[in-house]
Structures are given as structure tokens and as C-alpha cells.
Design a protein around this ligand. Structure first.
Ligand code: M6R
Length: 605
């Protein structure tokens, strides 16, 4: 949940580390800090709050040194204060850490009984004291780190500096990702390749249990048994255009506007002009008794749409479960079942744990991830990537619509294999999917309507989002987006469920967003619209021209969207809701790309 970076070489370490942290700030922004080695001693600068606070501190108190580690924090153990900010240090080592040390209480008690004095509330400080304890017993930095790693329970990626060693940096991973960067006379480590992109595109990923010694001219990698191993060095293609904000004020807006392109790219990877081209999967859809989809947050709403698609198109029983519930539910899973794991980052701790549970139950794991080198991708039997490119805004947008694109292609693949749809119908849906990028462009061109709406709802305390069928998950996603970036309380509900409770909330202040394309369920939703209007609620109707004309109701505002094949409407209807959340947040002046308390990649339970 935090971001870590490290460098050893010849240039000023602080500048490299600060730039790396800027690229990792999406992972957490409660506090930040750096440590380097100056004249053989560890020097630190730490600041509460966003990275800019640390940057200001570094102007006042520059940090020299050509070796260093850095950290941007999303607080888990201990408040977001300077004392709890990483790096944590003793007189012998400094440590940055992403993850959670589960046995830190026992370790802390043991170390305190030996006289170690702790200065923070964090679990990380135990790592610093533990390594120092082994060093005091005469071990080398390498031996002490390897010995400490064996005592740690939990998930972590760490970077460690040692007093008196200005040419050695050690990194290790278990459960949390760690990338190594190979430069010329300089080596780096970081939570992802994005952090290292300004320095190098030659990257190796540590595998589970690995640890590495980084020197200016070489990296030596060890596996969990301490044996020296080699890991493949790949050349990444991350460009500045993919990682910068371009002409946009915020990443979230840039990423919303990238959707036509990335949906098109993703679709092209799965469908040729002649038809569906999903890669061969390590199972036969015909023999699959049930699909279980697991994910968190926005990815789980993509999974919920997919459940409807698998059931409707492929007549394949499908369940969707929130990963944090599924992993502890001890759910029985059918023999020969397939589990689809959906995740942008591919590092979400709950999703990864649920994947492992499903694997242990003998399920084939198919993951839909945006980071192909991620832990989830690597633990899967097959991966179908979303080609969204780096998503930096904390609120997920383009990852979501590319997840929908992949999941619809998978459901169509299953339908073809199971003979539940004709080729003509499959091609018709693919044609509708190919229209989506142009239709989204049309929605984006009309964004002034959404800006108007944002001005009207910005003072609301609550907003209700309602939809039926495939638009029910979109109602949930729309509500989540609004909550995340504008801090307005919002609920997504199946429209038919409104009368069973939420209708009690309706009064003349409550904006009620209806997602109602003119499809087979339209008449039912139209009745719900009347029920809200009859009680004085403010109805905001998102529909196509036909639907808007058909309701004839006195709505507060109508937003006309393109008419499309009902199967692909989730991809269209979510886009104006993303814009609505964005412009409402802008009107309220919240921090759109880094909303309070959130982090992009949730690598803790
Ligand atoms: O990286 P993942 O897709 O696994 O992340 C899952 C959720 O944490 C994520 O979708 C979260 O809900 C986003 N902030 C939503 O905008």
C-alpha cells in the first residue's frame, strides 16, 4: 500500500528518489521520507503529508549521498505522523517497507526485552531492530538481512541501507511487489517499473521470497533459500506520454478521455475483423460447471456485469464475490470450476489471497489484469490482459471499461464453445462493441451537460443511483466513483429494490440517478421513476433519446446517451458517471487524483 524506491550509484540519490516517489505517490500519500549515507552514516529527512512537504524540507535541508532509499506511506500501523514516517532507522540500518509484518508485536516485545528502543508505532521498525540485532551478533549485512527475513511473517517489500556501507543496498520481497532496475553504473529498486522509468527501462522482478544485493555495477539475486539465482531482465516500453498528465489537469480526466483508445486496443487484442480471437485457454468452456469471479472495489463491479454476461450469453452459472469475504468464507468450489480474478494492479492483497484459496480448491485461475508482471498474473494459469496502460488516478476509470471489454469477449468465447449463441449473434455483439469507442467519444464531446449536472448536485449530501440488469452494477460503480472523489455519500441499488427500503430517503433534496436505456427492462424502471417523482425526488435520467421521450416524466434533468445493443450498454453508461464524479469533485475542490484516505493499490488486508 506504500511505495518504496532505492538507488546506489554515482548521482545525487535524493533527486532520483524524489522523482521515483512522485511516480509512486498514487500508492499512498500520508507521509514521505528519504535516507542516504553521508560519510558512512545514515541521514534521514521525513515529513508528514504529501510528497511536496518532503520536497520543501529537502530544499531547506538538502540530503547529499549517492545511495539511498525512499518511501511514500499509506498508514496502516500508527498515525500518519513524522515519527511514523519511513525510513525507520537504528544506528546501524535504515529500512523502507511496503506491506504488513503480522508478527511484529511478538518481535517487538522480544527486541525490547533485549534493550532495543522503539521510536514509532509502526510494524516496520521491528525490521530495522531485527536486522540490527543480527549485525550486533557479528553477521554481515547480507547474513543479517537473510536471517531477519526468516523471522518475518506477513507481506512485504523492503529496501535496507547499512551504516558504513555506502555501496550496498539490499531489497527483498514476500507478498508485495519489487522491481529491480539496471542502469549504467547505477542500480535501482522500486515498487513498480513506473517508479524507475526515468532512470532505466531494463527491469527484473523479484519472485516470491527473493532478496537482492544491489551495487553500483551489479545486482546479485538470492531465492528464499539464499541460493544465488538469476531473474529475467526485460525491457519495458513505458513512455512519458503513458505516464504523464499531458494537456489534462488531472490524471482522472486524462484516463477518462483515453477510454475510446484503450477499449479499441483491448478489443483488437481479442477480436479480429473476421471474429472473436480469444487466446486458447487451459480449460474447455463446455466442461466448466461454474465460473467464480473474485475482485475488490471497481473491479468487482466489472465482475458483477460479467456474471450477467456469462449467465445470459453462455448459460454458464456464474458467481461473483468480494475477495475479502470470499477468502474467509470457506466456500466449496465445484470440480473443474474456473475462477476469474479481476484486478487493475494485480497486487490487491485480498484478491491475491482469494486466488490462492481458489487454486487450493483445484480451480483453474484465469486473471484479467492491467499489470502483466503482477503477483496475480504470475499466480494464474492464464492471463488475459487489459490494455489500459498505466492508470495513475486513484479512482479507476479506463481499467474498468477495459475489464468490461475483456470479460465480454470471454463470455462470448464461452457462448461460442457452449453453442449458446449463433455466430451471427456473436458477430452482432462484436460489431456493437466496435462501435463503443466512437459512442464514448460522442459522450465525451457532450461533457458540458455533465458539468452542468455536477453544479446542480455538488451540494447534495446523498445521491441514489438506480439501474436494472446490466445497469445495476453500473449504478454501484457510479456511486463508488462519486463517493471516492467528491466525498458525497452515494448508494447504488437495483432499481426494483428501491421500494424495499431506499425509497424512505426520497425527498425534494435527494438526487436520484436512473440508468435506463430503452431495453426490455425499461418499462419497469419507468415505473420506479414515477414513484420517485410522486414523492418529490429529483430524478436525473440517463437514457437514449427513445427512452427519454417514452418516460414523459417530469424529471429534474435528462442526459441523452447513444442507443446501443443492450449487451454493451454498461460500457457506455459508466462514462458519464465517471465524468459526473470528476466534475462534482472539481466543483467541491477535493483532491481528485489523490482522494483522502485512499491508495491506488491495496496491498494490505
Ligand atoms: O487494483 P485492483 O483492481 O485490484 O483494485 C481494486 C480496488 O481497490 C479498486 O478498484 C478501488 O475500488 C478503486 N479505487 C476504485 O476506483
Amino acid at each position: 500500500m506504500c511505495g518504496i524506491v532505492g538507488t546506489v550509484g554515482k548521482e545525487n540519490a535524493s533527486a532520483i528518489l524524489l522523482e521515483g516517489l512522485r511516480r509512486l505517490e498514487y500508492r499512498g500519500y500520508d507521509s514521505a521520507g528519504l535516507a542516504t549515507i553521508v560519510d558512512g552514516k545514515i541521514e534521514r529527512r521525513r515529513a508528514e503529508g504529501k510528497l511536496d512537504c518532503l520536497a520543501d524540507l529537502l530544499i531547506k535541508q538538502p540530503l547529499p549521498g549517492t545511495i539511498g532509499i525512499g518511501h511514500t506511506r499509506w498508514a496502516t500501523h500508527g498515525r500518519p505522523t513524522e515519527a511514523n514516517a519511513h525510513p525507520h532507522a537504528t544506528d546501524l540500518v535504515a529500512v523502507v517497507h511496503n506491506g504488513i509484518i503480522e508478527n511484529y508485536r511478538e518481535l517487538r516485545e522480544e527486541l525490547e526485552s533485549k534493550g532495543c528502543v522503539f521510536t514509532s508505532e509502526t510494524d516496520t521498525e521491528t525490521i530495522a531492530h531485527l536486522i540490527s540485532d543480527f549485525l550486533r551478533h557479528g553477521m554481515t549485512p547480507q547474513q543479517a538481512t537473510a536471517a531477519a527475513l526468516k523471522r518475518l511473517v506477513g507481506a512485504f517489500a523492503i529496501g535496507v541501507l547499512f551504516t558504513g556501507h555506502s555501496g550496498l543496498l539490499i531489497g527483498a520481497r514476500r507478498g508485495s511487489p519489487l522491481a529491480l532496475g539496471y542502469g549504467k553504473g547505477e542500480m535501482y529498486l522500486g515498487s513498480d517499473a513506473l517508479a524507475l522509468a526515468p532512470q532505466t527501462n531494463k527491469i527484473a522482478y523479484l519472485e516470491e521470497g527473493d532478496w537482492a544485493e544491489l551495487y553500483a555495477d551489479k545486482i546479485v539475486i538470492h531465492d528464499e533459500t539464499d541460493k544465488v539465482v538469476s531473474r529475467k531482465i526485460i525491457t519495458t516500453t513505458l513512455s512519458e506520454a503513458a505516464t504523464g498528465k499531458g494537456q489534462y489537469r488531472h490524471y482522472m480526466l486524462k484516463e477518462i478521455f483515453e477510454q475510446p483508445t484503450v477499449i479499441g486496443d483491448t478489443l483488437e487484442s481479442l477480436a479480429l475483423p473476421s471474429g472473436l480471437a480469444v487466446p486458447t485457454l487451459p480449460f474447455n468452456w463446455k466442461a466448466v460447471p461454474r465460473v467464480t469471479i473474485i475482485a475488490c472495489g471497481t473491479a468487482s463491479y466489472a465482475g458483477l456485469v460479467a456474471k450477467y454476461w456469462f449467465e445470459q450469453l453462455a448459460k454458464l452459472p456464474a458467481e461473483i464475490d468480494i475477495a475479502s469475504e470470499f477468502r474467509y468464507r470457506e466456500a466449496p468450489m465445484p470440480l473443474g470450476g474456473v475462477t476469474i480474478v479481476v484486478s487493475q494492479s494485480g497486487e490487491t492483497a485480498d484478491t491475491l489471497a482469494a486466488l490462492r484459496y481458489a487454486k487450493a480448491q483445484g480451480q483453474k485461475i484465469l486473471s484479467v489484469v492491467n499489470v502483466p508482471q503482477s503477483s496475480i498474473a504470475r499466480a494464474s494459469d492464464a492471463v488475459v490482459p487489459t490494455l489500459a496502460g498505466p492508470e495513475i488516478g486513484v479512482a479507476s476509470t479506463k481499467a474498468y471499461t477495459t475489464q468490461l471489454t475483456v470479460l465480454l469477449c470471454l463470455a462470448l468465447d464461452a457462448a461460442r464453445a457452449r453453442g449458446t449463441l449463433t455466430n451471427d449473434r456473436i458477430n452482432e455483439i462484436l460489431r456493437a462493441l466496435r462501435e463503443v469507442p466512437a459512442q464514448i467519444n460522442a459522450i465525451l464531446r457532450d461533457e458540458h451537460r455533465i458539468q452542468e449536472l455536477a453544479q446542480k448536485i455538488r451540494k447534495a449530501h446523498d445521491v441514489l443511483y438506480l439501474g436494472r440488469g446490466l445497469l445495476y452494477p453500473i449504478a454501484m460503480e457510479g456511486a463508488l466513483k462519486l463517493k471516492e472523489v467528491s466525498y458525497i455519500h452515494a448508494e447504488g441499488y437495483p432499481a426494483g429494490e428501491m421500494k424495499h427500503g431506499p425509497i424512505a430517503l426520497v425527498d425534494k433534496e435527494l438526487p436520484v440517478v436512473f440508468l435506463a436505456p430503452s431495453d426490455a427492462l425499461f418499462e419497469k424502471t419507468a415505473s420506479n421513476i414515477q414513484e420517485v417523482i410522486a414523492r418529490g425526488g429529483k430524478v436525473i435520467l440517463f437514457s437514449d433519446k427513445e427512452g427519454i421521450e417514452q418516460t414523459g416524466a417530469k424529471t429534474f434533468m435528462n442526459i441523452a446517451l447513444p442507443k446501443a445493443d443492450p449487451t454493451v450498454t454498461p460500457l457506455l453508461y459508466v462514462v458519464p458517471l465517471q465524468l459526473l464524479a470528476y466534475y462534482t469533485a472539481l466543483a467541491k475542490g477535493t483532491d481528485v487524483d489523490q482522494p483522502r484516505n485512499l491508495a491506488k493499490s491495496v496491498t494490505v488486508e
